[in-house]
Write a protein that binds this ligand. Structure first.
Ligand code: GLP
Length: 240
């Protein structure tokens, strides 16, 4: 596990963008596993700047997102489809056909999970981006999720709904369930970049750095992956 220190959120976002662009210069048609939430938003902003100011093209990349809420229409402003469109896709030259998210409105949700897992296997993720929940969740794999799980439907922890309520009009509006890549799906990626910023994440980063591995703390599985980088800012690393 490689640790990269950043001074603050902006520095973390710039370093993450350098990392992604380095990968794309080696492999212009790379498959990127994407994450949502406040953590990667600054990275996406940097990728847009590179496109607009320096003509970097994302035409050949393919993207596959970690998760989506169940029951929110794709065009709901709080769906992860909308997040990706507004924070990244609509500002760059990636063909929408190259982008993938789980369909949280599928009539047959178990079939949708199987379809998505098959897609992960078919594409093969070169670089998976991750944030981390305060309780150590990755994607929407909450504490207690088996390390063997592939893409599945999950019920969000109450603390996760509370943490994500800031994006919704009220806590009641936060969906109860989501489709998420499983821990085993994430571990199939060739390379993983986990980002963390702010004091809110310090306890999770401290636990992750302790090296102790267990299903009560999903991110700890990353110790079993051969190619992981943790990119965290000073506040997130303040108790390490
Ligand atoms: C959500 C997402 C995760 C994300 C986490 C942290 O629950 N499903 O992928 O890592 O929140 O979010 P933030 O980056 O906003 O702190």
């Amino acid at each position: 596990m490689n640790i990269v220190r950043a001074s603050n959120y902006e520095d973390m976002s710039k370093k993450a963008a350098e990392y992604v662009l380095r990968k794309l210069s080696e492999k212009p048609d790379a498959v990127l596993g994407l994450a949502t939430g406040s953590t990667p938003a600054g990275l996406y902003e940097q990728l847009i700047i590179e496109h607009q100011k320096r003509n970097v093209s994302y035409r050949q990349i393919r993207t596959i997102n970690l998760d989506e809420y169940i029951g929110l229409p794709a065009d709901d402003e709080n769906s992860y489809h909308s997040f990706m469109n507004t924070q990244l896709f609509r500002h760059i030259d990636i063909p929408l056909a190259n982008t993938h998210l789980p369909n949280g409105e599928a009539a047959d949700l178990p079939a949708e999970c199987s379809r998505y897992e098959a897609l992960i296997d078919h594409l093969g993720i070169d670089l998976q981006l991750l944030g981390i929940g305060e309780n150590g969740h990755i994607g929407f794999n909450e504490p207690g999720t088996s390390f063997g799980q592939t893409t599945h439907m999950t019920t969000l922890a109450e603390s996760t709904r509370q943490a994500n309520a800031r994006f919704f009009p009220s806590i009641e509006a936060v969906p109860q369930q989501a489709i998420t890549m499983g821990i085993a799906s994430i571990m199939k990626s060739r390379e993983i970049l986990l980002m963390a910023s702010g004091r809110r994440k310090a306890a999770a980063i401290e636990r992750l750095m302790s090296g102790e591995t267990g299903e009560d703390f999903p991110a700890s599985v990353l110790h079993r992956h051969p190619h992981v980088t943790i990119l965290a800012d000073e506040e997130a690393l303040s108790t390490v």
